[in-house]
Write a protein that binds this ligand. Structure first.
Ligand SMILES: *Cc1c(COP(=O)(O)O)cnc(C)c1O
Length: 400
C-alpha cells in the first residue's frame, strides 16, 4: 500500500517520522509498506534483544494468551513468580516489582529510595529524599524521571520539575561528593549512558561510587533499562565493574519487544509496605511469560560470550571504518556501540542509509556527531559486515 493511502493525522505528532509504515519484522530485518527491506540497527531502541518476532517470544505470547491474560495484580500468577525467581537467582537482588516501561520502573526506584530515606533518617531525625543523578542522563519521560534526567532543556520544558534531583558529572567522583547533603539518600545512574551517546561509566568510577555511597549510608541505583539484559556482554552492566548495587531497573530488552520492565532491590532495601506501590498491569502474565522466554535465551550456555565476541568484532570493524573515512573512533560496551563522526553529519547519514536501494539500513544518531548501534544480540557477523559496508558507501557518497 502507498504511504499516501494511510491517514496518519489521527496520531499526535510527537516525533518527525519518515513516510514509511513498517509491516513486518524478522530477526535483524524490517519490511515497509512498499515491500522494501531494511537492516535494522535500532531494533525498537535496543528493545528487540532477540531480533524482530523471535519464535520463543511468539510462542510465549500465544500459549500464555490462551491460558490466562490478567488475573489482576491483587493475585499471584505463575509467570511473574517464575520470572522474579529467575531474575533474583541470576543477580545480587532479592525482590522484584514488575512494571510496563523503563520510566515506570525508575519512578518505582525513586519512590523506593525516598521510602528507604524515611525509614533511615539523618542524624537530625529528618527524612532523606535527595537523589544525585547526572548531567546528560536519561531516565524516562514521566515528570519525576524527566527531572532525574540531565538532558538539556528538560529542566524547563514542563516546569516546575519534581524537586530533589541534583546533577553531578559522570566519571567525576568529586562532583558527586560535593552534592551530598544531610538529605541525600541515593545516587542513580546508567552504567552506560545511552541516549547521551553511549558513554560508559568507568570501572573505577562505579567502584568509587559504591564505596562512597556505602560509607555515607546512601543507596546506589543502577538504571539498566538500556544496558542490562545482556546488552554489554554481561547479563547486567553492573557486573562489568564487579560491584553490588542496592537497586536496579530493567526495561527494553527484558520484554524482547513487548512492554515489560522491572524494579529490583536487595532484601534490606525492599521497604515498600502494602499500598505504597502498584499498577494495574504489574506482573501481567503474558508480558512476564515473554520475560521468561527472553531471559532463558540469554542464560543459554555461550549466549553472553557470543555477545562479547560480536561486540569485539563490531568494535574492530567500526575502528577500521573510522580509519578509512577519517572519523573519530568508536566507544561502547558489548553490542551497545557508537561511532564518533567528528562532524555533525549523523542525521544526513541516517537519512541516506535509510533511503539506499535495493535494501535500506536503519541507524540512529542521538547526537549530530555520533551514530549509535543497537543491533539484536543475535546479530550475525555477516550482518555486521553488511552494515559496515553500507555505511562506508554512504560516507563515500558524502565525500568522506
Ligand atoms: C529508554 C530508557 C528509559 C525509559 O524507558 P521507557 O520504557 O521508554 O519508559 C529509562 N532509562 C534508560 C537508561 C533508557 O534507555
Amino acid at each position: 500500500m502507498e504511504f499516501s493511502q494511510y491517514d496518519v493525522n489521527a496520531l499526535m505528532q510527537i516525533t518527525t517520522r519518515p513516510n514509511l509504515v513498517f509491516t513486518e519484522g524478522h530477526g535483524m530485518w524490517l519490511t515497509d509498506n512498499n515491500g522494501k527491506r531494511y537492516l535494522d540497527y535500532l531494533q525498537g531502541w535496543a528493545v528487540n534483544c532477540l531480533g524482530h518476532s523471535p519464535q520463543c517470544v511468539v510462542d510465549a505470547i500465544t500459549s500464555q494468551a490462551g491460558k490466562l491474560l490478567n488475573p489482576s495484580p491483587a493475585f499471584y500468577n505463575e509467570p511473574s513468580i517464575v520470572l522474579a525467581s529467575l531474575l533474583t537467582a541470576n543477580s545480587v537482588f532479592d525482590r522484584v516489582f514488575f512494571a510496563n516501561s523503563g520510566a515506570e520502573a525508575n519512578e518505582g526506584a525513586i519512590k523506593l529510595a525516598r521510602k528507604w530515606g524515611k525509614v533511615n533518617k539523618n542524624a537530625a531525625g529528618e527524612n532523606r529524599y535527595e537523589i544525585i543523578t547526572f548531567n546528560h542522563a536519561f531516565h524516562g519521560r514521566t515528570l519525576a524521571t524527566m527531572s532525574a534526567s540531565g538532558k538539556t532543556g528538560w529542566d524547563t520544558m514542563f516546569a516546575p520539575q519534581v524537586p530533589g534531583f541534583l546533577k553531578a558529572e559522570l566519571n567525576d567522583i568529586a562532583s558527586v561528593e560535593r552534592l551530598i547533603t544531610d538529605k541525600t539518600v541515593a545516587v542513580m545512574l546508567e552504567p552506560v549512558q545511552g541516549e547521551s551517546g553511549v558513554i560508559p561509566a568507568t570501572r573505577e568510577f562505579m567502584q568509587a561510587l559504591r564505596a562512597l555511597t556505602k560509607q555515607r549510608n546512601m543507596l546506589l541505583i543502577v538504571d539498566e533499562v538500556q544496558a542490562g539484559m545482556g546488552r554489554t556482554g554481561e547479563l547486567f552492566a553492573y557486573q562489568l565493574s564487579n560491584i553490588e548495587p542496592d537497586i536496579m531497573t530493567l526495561g527494553k530488552g527484558i520484554g524482547g519487544g513487548v512492554p515489560l520492565a522491572a524494579l529490583l532491590a536487595r532484601e534490606e532495601i525492599s521497604v515498600f509496605e502494602p499500598g505504597e506501590q502498584g499498577g494495574t498491569y504489574n506482573g501481567n502474565p503474558v508480558m512476564t511469560a515473554v520475560g521468561i522466554a527472553v531471559l532463558s535465551e540469554l542464560l543459554k550456555p555461550g549466549f553472553l560470550q557470543s555477545v562479547k565476541d560480536k561486540g569485539a568484532y563490531m568494535r574492530a570493524e567500526l575502528l577500521k571504518l573510522s580509519e578509512k573515512h577519517g572519523l573519530d573512533g568508536e566507544r561502547g560496551e558489548g553490542l551497545l556501540r557508537a561511532l564518533k563522526l567528528g562532524k555533525d553529519i549523523g542525521p544526513k547519514i541516517v537519512e541516506m542509509a535509510r533511503d539506499m536501494e535495493p535494501v535500506g539500513l536503519l541507524l540512529n544518531s542521538p547526537r549530530p556527531d555520533l551514530l549509535r548501534f543497537m543491533p539484536s544480540l543475535t546479530v550475525s557477523k555477516e550482518e555486521i559486515d553488511q552494515m559496515v559496508n553500507m555505511l562506508s558507501e554512504v560516507l563515500t557518497k558524502l565525500g568522506h
